[in-house]
Design a protein around this ligand. Structure first.
Ligand code: NAP
Length: 486
């Protein structure tokens, strides 16, 4: 169940937020930290909408400015008033409160760690359960994506008769918030909007409900995701989750922000992920964690897609990890450019043409792979010249230094940006001065966010045919989907 979490500044704001929340969600959490009240009797309540009442002090991530005695009195009044279905209290003050003798109010006993996700979550659970609350809540700060696994392992306690709420806070805790139901946890909190978040890393209600469909997931839900750093700019979660919803597939696609790949193997073994997209900076470094690479991935030297070896051809030993790495970027770029060439001129002959590729990473090599096959002459230019030289060697191409680019006079038919220069939010950057563009050139940007970069806009202004990275994105993602689904 999703629970809209409110933290209003005034009673007027509370009334309007309650109306909105009641339209969206069955359960509502009311954080009274910022309200100018000393007794909950002044608070409006709703018919047919259970409310969790709480008030957090600064030491528990809240905003209550009064004394601890005043806060405890407020919580005790909330319990005694019998107006709320639940009152959430921290472990530290539980013993100072009198529990409800009768009436509807139940106690959520919570333990927060705002610094880290400790290894002793089992002990924390035992400590809380000894006090026999109605609901147990364990919330920790994720410092790394692997911290979510510690929370997921608490699922063994979900069948003990006491509902359990458990998740990680912070940006790295996103997956624990989305997958709460898959692991049997009772509810997940969500603010009405991002700006109304009541805790670090909260996912707005709309995204949790409609992008990830978190309240529809269950034990059987299959997991897919994107490995990278950063991952927040990616359209992949939108693309895959939309397809899963449309095709009624019980699956979810998540952003997996790995700070490094040290925990990748244990993460994969635990979560049993059925397919990954891979983005920078891990397209090469991920290779050593995989059981098999397709010849295409080997040739390009970059993996953007990982899928399980369904028939076990490449199984090397026991264990659940049996992953194949391939590359769909080459296909995506090929399809996007072919489409552009077709709209430009029928029977485009690549063999007489020259392409200038800015960048020497995974995308540059994937694009070069296909262009070379089609017989184009390739020139690489890259910030680190040695990488451009290596690519030139691998693809029988040429390399020039970044510094010599402004004065480069050779005719070029196709220019490709395969660097992140110009990606949102730094959209005012461009890898090439406008004067470089000549009418009739084809200009392709691998970036898809924004769909029209400054690079493309300036090329268009100079009479070039421009191709956005959005087409490449959609073609490569569609190819991934075919590999992901059984
Ligand atoms: P990558 O492997 O990390 O390579 C990045 C390349 O950009 C490297 O050549 C790097 O140069 C260069 N670069 C990075 N920062 C730079 C800077 N400040 N100034 C000059 N050069 C810089 O990344 P990738 O996977 O190839 O991705 C490159 C771009 O293509 C990204 O924007 C990515 O989003 C986009 N992409 C789009 C699609 C799609 O479907 N449309 C698919 C894949 C990638 P050094 O070698 O000197 O570090």
């Amino acid at each position: 169940m999703l629970c809209v979490s409110l933290i209003p500044h005034s009673l007027t704001e509370l009334k309007s937020q309650l109306r909105k929340a009641a339209r969206l969600s069955f359960l509502i959490e009311l954080r009274a930290d910022r309200l100018p009240i000393t007794h909950p009797n002044r608070l409006p309540v709703l018919k047919n909408r259970p409310i969790i009442f709480t008030c957090r002090p600064r030491w528990a991530g809240g905003f209550f400015k009064g004394s601890e005695t005043a806060r405890i009195q407020l919580l005790q009044s909330a319990i005694d008033s019998n107006r709320f279905d639940y009152v959430d209290v921290e472990y530290g003050i539980f013993k100072r409160l009198k529990r409800p003798v009768s009436g509807k109010t139940r106690i959520i006993l919570s333990d927060h760690n705002f610094k880290k996700t400790p290894n002793n979550l089992n002990q924390i659970y035992q400590k809380l359960s000894r006090l026999k609350p109605d609901v147990i809540k364990i919330v920790t700060m994720a410092r790394d994506i692997s911290d979510n696994l510690k929370i997921f392992k608490l699922h063994k306690y979900t069948n003990r008769g006491i509902p359990l709420i458990a998740f990680c806070m912070g940006e790295d805790g996103l997956i624990s918030r989305v997958l709460y139901k898959k692991f049997g946890f009772w509810i997940m909190y969500a603010p009405l909007e991002f700006k109304d978040a009541t805790g670090p890393g909260q996912i707005p209600y709309f995204d949790l409900k409609h992008l990830y469909r978190a309240d529809r997931l269950n034990k059987q839900t299959k997991i897919y995701g994107l490995i990278g750093q950063p991952v927040a700019h990616s359209l992949s979660p939108l693309f895959f989750n939309h397809i899963f919803k449309q095709k009624k597939i019980n699956a979810v696609y998540l952003p997996f922000r790995f700070k490094n790949l040290k925990s990748f193997k244990s993460f994969n073994d635990f979560l049993d992920v059925l397919g990954y997209s891979v983005t920078a900076p891990y397209k090469t470094s991920i290779m050593r964690y995989l059981n098999h690479l397709t010849p295409l991935a080997r040739r390009i030297g970059a993996v953007n897609t990982i899928y399980p070896d369904k028939i076990g051809v490449y199984r090397k030993g026991p264990g659940p990890t049996n992953l194949i790495g391939t590359n769909t970027d080459a296909w995506g770029a090929w399809q996007a450019l072919e489409q552009a060439f077709r709209s430009y001129q029928t029977g485009y002959d690549y063999r007489d043409k020259t392409a200038l590729i800015i960048g020497a990473g995974g995308a540059a090599r994937a694009i070069a792979f296909w262009l070379r096959l089609s017989g184009m002459r390739l020139i690489f230019v890259n910030r680190h010249y040695l990488k451009a030289k290596k690519n030139a060697l691998d693809f029988k191409a040429e390399a020039i230094k970044f510094s010599s680019l402004p004065g480069y006079k050779e005719p070029v038919d196709l220019i490709i940006n395969a660097t992140p220069l110009g990606t949102w939010p730094r959209t005012n950057i461009t890898p090439l001065p406008k004067k470089f563009f000549k009418p009739g050139m084809i200009v392709f940007d691998a970036i898809y966010n924004p769909p029209e970069t400054r690079f493309l806009r300036e090329a268009k202004e100079k009479g070039c045919l421009t191709v956005s990275g959005l087409g490449m994105f959609l073609y490569q993602a569609d190819a991934q989907l075919k590999l992901f689904l059984p």
